[in-house]
Design a protein around this ligand. Structure first.
Ligand code: DSN
Length: 427
């Protein structure tokens, strides 16, 4: 006699049947994505195959440890999944090893700190308010709370990372770890410079390519793999995989990184997400993905040029990547207002400090724009000219409701021409 609570029938109901409230909220969010322009540079749209891997039965499996050396039985299938994912990622980036277990980019970075530093040790990273990342030394993040941060910045004259400052700070403070990488820096980072400086003082060099990894994989941004000891990344930005993180690097560091992630920081890896990372890597190994990466950069350059032509100011004068930072001070609009007014017309961006920003981070003087998501939809440089118009019109008419309404209509019309998850929008 079998126990029937919950019954097989109850457990087999679709989300729509079992929980229409959550189903409806997901539909609403899918509609928001479908009918707007997603221009936050750290966001993207995954494929149906990636979504299916994430929503799979692999979520049920505990697999603490490494493939072949787990602390649970029944891991032979997920071992194959993790080995496949790692092999594909190593092939994609030319890495000597990859650990795909970090749940996020910050946890990937934290693993590097755990592997190489002791609390109180000194490291260097790019200032958050000049394009860096929280986990590169912000005082409110573990990195700034538990370690001594020496922050380098960009030059006021051209807003580019100042190599002389990097070298002189490194020589003066002798950090154990030097981090290169950013979340709001649009230009090519000089990986070779950081390798040289790290060698001059015997430091570990970590490149955080969370923003650039899809471009690196597609050959549209120089790879730090030949230079860095360790490379970390998220997998959901330009790389267009599931929301997660990973660490790659030189073979000699494999053991220390693996140990830092498990048992150092995490318990069971998310095997469904690791399967989705395998799918992500398969997609990124195609020639289509190379075309995609090149198109992201071409679109960002076209958008930047379109905005400059209309009179807006771009930090550093342009971009070499997927993102651009618009300095709104010349048109007298704050980042906070800029974000809100663009949201109103269906263009999603985030307010962002510009280098040497006189405003606090809650207000900011700029907005950060990116092209990975609109490029996934199939938009090209012709559409970027329209988008530049929409952005300019909205930002220069923040109180003109009828103008904003007409921009919003145009945004919706353009989005409709580039279907995204239309097949998922069945009510
Ligand atoms: N929060 C991410 C971004 O938007 O750039 C970085 O982790």
């Amino acid at each position: 006699m079998s126990v029937t609570t919950p019954s097989y029938e109850a457990r087999s109901k679709s989300l729509k049947e079992f929980d229409p409230e959550v189903f409806d909220l997901i539909q609403k969010e899918t509609e928001r994505q479908e009918y707007g322009l997603e221009m936050i540079p750290s966001e993207n749209f995954v494929s149906e195959a990636v979504l299916q891997a994430m929503g799979s039965t692999l979520t049920n499996k505990y697999a603490e440890g490494q493939p072949g050396k787990r602390y649970y039985g029944g891991c032979h299938v997920v071992d194959d999944v993790e080995n496949l994912a790692s092999a594909r990622v190593c092939e994609l980036f030319g890495a000597e090893f990859a650990n795909l277990q970090p749940h996020s980019g910050v946890q990937a970075n934290q693993a590097v700190f755990e592997a190489f530093l002791k609390p109180g040790d000194t490291f260097m990273g790019l200032r958050l308010d000049q394009g860096g990342h929280l986990s590169h030394g912000s005082p409110v993040n573990f990195s700034g709370m538990h370690y001594k941060v020496v922050a380098y910045g960009v030059r006021e004259s051209d807003n580019l990372i100042d190599p002389d400052q990097v070298r002189s700070l490194a020589k003066e403070h002798k950090p154990k770890l030097i981090i290169a990488g950013a979340s709001a820096y649009s230009r090519q980072i000089d990986w070779k410079l950081f390798r040289e400086v790290a060698d001059e003082i015997g430091a570990i060099f970590m490149a955080d390519i969370a923003h650039y990894s899809g471009l690196v994989a597609g050959g549209s941004y120089e790879s730090p793999i030949p230079y860095a000891d360790i490379v970390t990344t998220t997998t959901h930005k330009t790389l267009r995989g599931p929301r997660s993180g990973m660490v790659m690097g030189k073979e000699k560091h494999r053991k220390a990184i693996n140990k830092a992630i498990f048992p150092g920081l995490q318990g069971g890896p998310h095997m469904h997400t690791i399967a989705a990372k395998a799918v992500m890597a398969k997609e990124a190994l195609t020639t289509d993905f190379k075309t995609y990466a090149a198109a992201i950069v071409a679109n960002a350059k076209a958008l930047s040029e379109g905005l400059v032509k209309r009179g807006l100011k771009i930090v550093s004068g342009g971009t070499d990547s997927h993102l651009l930072l618009v300095d709104l001070r010349p048109i007298g609009v704050s980042g906070k207002i800029g974000e809100a007014v663009l949201d109103k017309v269906g263009i999603t961006v985030n307010k962002n400090t510009v280098p040497f920003d006189p405003q606090p981070p809650s207000i900011c003087s700029g907005v950060r724009l990116g092209t990975p998501a609109v490029t996934t939809r199939g938009m090209g440089v012709a559409e970027m000219s329209l988008v530049a118009d929409f952005i300019f019109e909205a930002l220069t008419n923040v109180e003109n409701e009828s103008k904003l309404k007409s921009v919003a209509d145009n945004v919706r019309e353009l989005s409709k021409k580039f279907p995204l998850y239309r097949h998922r929008l069945v009510r």
